[in-house]
Write a protein that binds this ligand. Structure first.
Ligand code: 9D3
Length: 250
């Protein structure tokens, strides 16, 4: 997959690609990420990329001309069928479903906004979709672009190595992860659950599914809105809640 990031801070993008799964995906040729700086497309002496909002008010707005020129320059480096995605607080929420759908594309232009935002005519003329990473206020679209790139890279075949599969991820099946433990068996006076040390793989799998369901029920009940519980899940959840209550009394 080819990605071009339109950003006033290209170094921020390049630095983040030097670590972990992202670095490996780039090294293996599964992912390539370039950037395009709107400032390189200015023509005035001050290299102006922003201006005061029509109608007044605080903050600045990204000017259309340099931004559109940068988006076009980025797009010319990408294959046909590439999509332009702006990262913006007014966008549709980023979900695993959207990540999976974007991961099938040959190329993406990611447009990171700064200041109060992007001139709306750019949104209409040069952007295909706008995506937000959640309901909190950030200072620009670069970190959200990196969040999206990270989530995309994990879905590219070969990016994770053989031992892990993105199909096993939390959210891939709509539930939170189960709790994880490693050695020592007793830490700070707390034992790891016996079942995990038992070698009984069926029992371990059942325990993990129960924990996943229970945690999702307690922490993210909203995830069940689009995923009704079947009879087996209801049984596991009832067990979880009973064990939890008994544990709390001890
Ligand atoms: C007057 C209100 N504005 C400032 C408080 C709204 C506003 C403008 C620009 C809020 C955030 C931003 C910059 N944010 C992003 O570019 C952004 C973002 C975010 O803030 N939250 C979640 N996802 C994203 S994606 C891009």
């Amino acid at each position: 997959m080819r990605i071009e990031v339109v950003t006033l801070f290209p170094a921020l993008i390049a630095d983040a690609l030097r670590y972990g799964v992202l670095a490996r995906a780039v090294e293996r040729g599964l992912l390539s990420v370039g950037s395009e700086d709107p400032r390189a497309h200015t023509e005035d002496a001050h290299r102006t990329v922003d201006d005061r909002p029509y109608g007044g008010g605080p903050g600045m707005v990204l000017k259309p001309e340099p931004l559109c020129a940068a988006i076009e320059a980025a797009r010319r480096r990408l294959p046909a069928g590439s999509v332009r995605v702006a990262l913006g607080a007014q966008g549709e929420p980023l979900t695993q479903r959207r990540v999976a759908s974007l991961a099938r594309l040959p190329g993406l232009v990611l447009i990171a906004g700064r200041y109060e935002g992007i001139d709306e005519r750019v949104m209409a003329l040069a952007v295909d979709q706008e995506v937000s990473i959640g309901d909190y206020v950030l200072s620009g679209g670069e970190l959200p672009a990196l969040v999206l790139i990270d989530a995309l890279a994990r879905l590219l075949p070969g990016a994770l190595g053989d031992e892990r599969s993105s199909a096993q991820d939390s959210f891939a099946d709509g539930l939170l992860d189960w709790p994880h433990y490693t050695r020592p068996e007793v830490y700070a006076g707390v034992r790891a659950p016996d079942v995990l040390c038992s070698g009984d793989h069926a029992a371990i799998e059942r325990w993990r599914r129960k924990q996943s369901l229970g945690r999702t029920w307690l922490r993210r009940p909203d995830l069940f809105n689009s995923r009704p519980l079947d009879a087996e899940h209801r049984l596991l959840l009832a067990e979880f809640l009973t064990e939890q209550r008994d544990g709390a009394q001890r």
